[in-house]
Write a protein that binds this ligand. Structure first.
Ligand code: PLP
Length: 376
């Protein structure tokens, strides 16, 4: 069997185990410690955000962001439909109602037109949505000027799920820093990893302090264990933060590698009608190219994305369909949605290509061979 080629696997820079060893040597083996504080500072320095809380996952960061905005039972939250379920699940943890918004076809992210249509309609129905939960899918910035304008016009706070977009910018500003809060994930498949982890960023210090408080079981200031609120165990461990510190040092290298993998696909497909590689509008944004994605027009090409995925699988190469939209998921289809068919179509015709920064030249040759064999 050929060596497995992954979609996106962990890739250590070299310093991670030194930081982890330091944690062992100093016995900081807990969900607090110097690496946690330092990683938070590193994330602030990198993104330009004022404050950061390192957490156990991106999902916990989204959950805390909703709690901090006071989202509760019966509230409505406008949410990108084209995403991973982890974006929407915390809305339901709060017993609130997700209102799913479809994508526009340029960035594949939340359509500003449908967003505004939804807001007007929900207000007409008697309930103003409490928050917008916007995703920057595959590292590509959403249409931020339009989204920000709608957020301020209707005075609805924006949370950015930038779990896939650490290292991406819009008009030179880091994704995650546009909304009242931003979320990153350091899961094993993301552009950098802490094995599992996440972060919540904000320019509002009080919010981040409150996030840390809630993430460590909401202990009141007392010598005994005293609680006036429901707490969570959502803090990042000092061991994981040690990995994160090493990873932050090589984040820009990973972004360059991801972008050159995408260039490789662009060059393979450049003269092929009916195949498109997802790319940002470089006039306004810069993408970390977390996953290279393509769409295949079956009418022109003669096979669909599933045929190409299976051809990859046969050669022990991982490729995946794009995210299946939330409004089509059995658990979420009952919720209101504002849909024009864009994300459903993308799901039908789109494929995530192997984008692993561990890929070497031999791997690229294997990948190219599978594609060329399919195309003849
Ligand atoms: C990975 C991911 C998350 C969840 O992050 P975890 O750290 O795995 O909890 C949330 N949203 C999106 C878009 C993601 O890709």
């Amino acid at each position: 069997m050929n060596k497995k080629i992954w979609l996106s696997s962990p890739n250590m820079g070299g310093k991670e185990d030194i930081y982890v060893k330091e944690a062992f040597d100093t016995n900081w083996i807990a969900p607090l410690g110097p690496h946690v504080n330092n990683l938070e500072q590193d994330i602030c320095n990198y993104t330009g955000s004022e404050h950061c809380a390192a957490l156990s996952s991106g999902t916990s960061a989204i959950h805390l962001a909703l709690i901090l905005l006071g989202i509760k039972e019966g509230d409505e939250v406008l949410c990108s439909s084209f995403t991973f379920s982890a974006t929407a699940n915390p809305i339901v943890y709060q017993k609130a109602t997700p209102i799913f918004i479809d994508s526009e076809c340029e960035t594949w992210n939340m359509s500003p037109l449908l967003l505004e249509e939804a807001i007007k309609d929900r207000i007409n129905l008697g309930k103003k949505p409490k928050a917008i939960l916007l995703v920057h899918l595959y590292g590509i910035a959403a249409k931020m000027d339009e989204i920000m304008e709608i957020s301020s016009k209707y005075d609805i706070p924006l949370i950015e799920d930038a779990a896939e977009a650490l290292g991406s910018t819009y008009k030179g500003k880091a994704l995650g820093t546009f909304g009242v809060m931003g979320v990153f994930s350091f899961n094993g498949n993301k552009i950098i990893t802490t094995s599992g982890g996440g972060a919540l960023i904000s320019d509002n210090e009080e919010r981040i302090q409150k996030a840390r408080f809630l993430a460590t079981q909401a202990r009141d200031n007392a010598p005994h264990y005293q609680h006036s609120q429901i707490g969570y165990n959502y803090r990042m461990s000092n061991i994981c933060a040690g990995i994160g510190r090493g990873q932050m040092e090589i984040l820009n290298d990973r972004v360059s590698q991801k972008r050159s993998i995408r260039s490789f696909y662009e060059s393979i497909f450049q003269d092929i009608d009916g195949i498109k590689v997802l790319k940002e509008d470089s006039n306004v944004s810069f993408s970390n190219a977390w996953l290279s994605c393509m769409t295949i027009d079956k009418e022109i090409i003669g096979f669909d994305r599933e045929a190409l995925r299976l051809a990859f699988e046969e050669d022990n190469i991982e490729a995946r369909p794009l995210w299946k939209p939330m409004h089509l998921q059995p658990i979420f289809e009952k919720y209101p949605s504002y849909i024009d068919g864009t994300s459903e179509k993308l799901f039908e015709i789109g494929l995530c290509l192997p984008s692993d920064t561990n890929i070497d030249d031999d791997d690229l040759i294997r990948i190219e061979k599978v594609i060329k064999n399919k195309l003849v």
